[in-house]
Ligand binder design. Structure first.
Ligand code: GSH
Length: 207
């Protein structure tokens, strides 16, 4: 199978790490939604990442749909999201907070990094950051496991937090989230996380 998209996207990274943890081999196609926009639209009409091209030729789009497919394939015992009941609801709540934070800090990043400075909307950026930091505070206040096994809530939250650190999101308040720092430190040391690490957030910058 082929995973399309670069590791500086936390959505790509949570899929790549899940593939590795569950024992799926994949080729990595590092085309960019910014650099190869038209080409990427042929893979996903939204021109977004991630996409996963299966060995059958079918293309899955959207990280949630891809992770759902992975969980279905490995079965309930190994799935990264619990199958039912309050463990599932709790996992989905954490994942929703983490992906929501990605979307809010991501929107602020696009506004501050990509949009020409004279067209920026500071009140909108502020609103996004309030929402993003609200999600981080909620996640930081939760108990996180100190030991294996990993689950999707931990993986997605760590990918989100790492993205904020490396992309140097505006108003991401370093040092304010000790529980997330501890989770990040523990997970980023693991082989699947190290193998998908990235040093730079590669979006086009406004001049
Ligand atoms: N809900 C989607 C979100 C994916 C997403 O936001 N991808 C970003 C990269 S992190 C992207 O493709 N951005 C380019 C764009 O939307 O134009 C998922 O979970 O896959």
């Amino acid at each position: 199978m082929i995973l399309i998209g670069q590791y500086d996207s936390p959505y790509i990274r949570r899929v790549a790490i899940s593939l590795r943890l569950l024992g799926f081999a994949y080729e990595h196609d590092t085309r960019s939604v910014f650099g190869q926009f038209d080409d990427m639209r042929r893979t996903n009409p939204l021109a977004r990442i991630p996409s996963l091209v299966l060995d059958s030729g079918e293309t899955l789009i959207d990280s949630a749909a891809i992770l759902d497919w992975l969980d279905e394939n490995v079965g309930a015992e190994r799935a990264l999201v619990p199958q039912s009941g309050s463990p599932r609801r709790e996992a989905l709540r954490r994942i929703a907070l983490a992906t929501g934070a990605i979307d809010k800090f991501g929107a602020a990043n696009y506004e501050c990094l990509i949009r020409p400075s004279h067209l920026r909307w500071p009140e909108w950026v502020e609103r996004c950051l309030t929402q993003g930091n609200g999600a981080l505070r909620a996640l930081d206040g939760l108990p996180w496991p100190q030991v294996a096994p990993l689950d999707q809530a931990q993986i997605t939250t760590c990918c989100m937090y790492n993205y904020l650190k490396v992309a140097a999101s505006p108003s991401f308040r370093r040092g304010e989230y000790p529980a997330l720092d501890a989770l990040w430190q523990r997970l980023e040391a693991l082989p699947a996380f190290r193998a998908t690490s990235f040093q730079e957030y590669a979006v086009p910058r406004a001049t």
